[in-house]
Design a binder for this molecule. Structure first.
Ligand code: PMP
Length: 355
């Protein structure tokens, strides 16, 4: 509390990011980072970077990256927006599109940043419960709304919607912005990016943090109609007109240039995920179907908080959310095969887990 804070800041409950430990020797399965390094082409451009260039401002339009992304999605640069991680892109979208007289709709269980942004920008919002099997049911989203946001695949559940369900929603919801947060889409879900030409109210947000191993450089982007992209640019230019630093722009372009590496690492993570899922089931866990680089799992008998603490004591970090609906679940990032074997072996040593 401070007398200098505005009332809105006083009541704000900020987002709590997953722990970034300062000690070594931890197996870090708590923030959905990619266990593999970025593509070799990324290392090459960073190592060859001439620091003398840092005197100058970066390209305020990040045009080389927009061109590379436009080529990737077979679209025009006017339909691409880039920003400092998808968190920033999402925040700008909330400011640009969701401050409406009608409430914003979002799933009750989803990426907790949406709630934080809605409160930050004083946006009235309605949370729609998931089904009993943790699916987003878009038929339950009323047409009277000031916007719709959801993650596909959803987080922290990992469950994906088929593209057909999103298309059906868009067909009946044409007057407000529908934002699909696809942070994890490359691990097995269908992207809605192919629908942006058909639906000028659709904004698809993606990131280089997960499938491209570049969380540390903070690169996110949106694909949408020129009308929506223009709206985002207006807000962005009112804050900080440089979307990305020089290194981020060049690293992102290098990453896009190496399709093989991207596809191989995603396939490896998917294979490891499915092996881990089976192993967890054998140990008495219920695991939701995942189209992401994490698993959402609960043990039939043990509490999530207890298991998280048990693993933490043995230097394995996983994420636990204390919200009642999901309090028994752990969200476990898919690491390397070796890391996942260590997780399984450590769980097997728990006295209450039968092997
Ligand atoms: N959306 C979802 C659903 C996420 O889980 C995350 C990562 N915490 C983000 C967006 C933000 O990712 P970034 O800012 O690293 O692009």
């Amino acid at each position: 509390m401070s007398k200098f804070w505005s009332p809105a800041i006083e009541s704000l409950v900020p987002y709590t990011p997953g722990e970034q430990p300062r000690i070594a020797n931890l197996t870090k399965l708590n923030t959905n980072e990619n266990p593999y390094p970025p593509a070799p082409a990324v290392t090459a451009v960073i190592q060859a970077f001439n620091t003398e260039r840092l005197r100058l401002y970066p390209d305020p339009d990040a045009s080389t990256l927009k061109q590379a992304l436009a080529a990737e999605f077979s679209t025009e640069t006017s339909k691409i927006f880039v920003g400092n991680g998808s968190d920033e892109v999402l925040a700008l979208a909330f400011m640009a599109f969701f401050r409406q007289p009608k409430p914003l709709l979002m799933p009750e269980t989803t990426y907790s940043f949406y709630d934080v942004y809605a409160n930050l920008f004083a946006i009235e919002h309605t949370k729609i419960p998931l089904t009993s099997d943790f699916q987003i049911e878009l038929d339950n989203y009323p047409s009277e709304n000031g916007g719709i946001i959801f993650a596909n695949p959803n987080a922290p559940t990992g469950v994906a919607l088929p593209l057909s369900a999103i298309k059906t929603l868009l067909e009946r919801n044409r007057d407000s912005v529908v934002l699909v947060d696809e942070a994890y889409v490359d691990f097995g879900a269908e992207s809605a990016a192919s629908l942006v030409d058909q639906f000028p109210n659709l904004l698809v947000v993606q990131t280089f943090s997960k499938s491209r191993s570049l969380a540390g450089l903070r690169i996110g982007y949106a694909i949408g109609s020129a009308e929506l992209i223009d709206g985002l640019e207006r807000v962005k230019n009112s804050f900080n007109s440089y979307p990305l630093d020089m290194l981020a722009i060049e690293a992102a372009c290098a990453s896009l240039s190496d399709k093989n590496y991207f596809e191989q690492t995603c396939a490896q993570i998917i294979a490891t995920r499915e092996q881990t899922r089976q192993a967890l089931e054998t140990l008495g866990f219920e695991v939701l179907p995942s189209a992401t680089n994490f698993l959402f799992a609960k043990h039939r008998e043990l509490a999530g908080s207890e298991l998280m603490a048990y693993l933490r004591e043995r230097n394995i970090l996983v994420r636990h959310f204390s919200k009642p609906l999901i309090a028994n679940y752990l969200r476990i990032t898919v690491g390397t095969d070796t890391e996942m074997q260590l997780l399984i072996d450590t769980l097997k040593q728990h006295p209450a887990i039968e092997t």
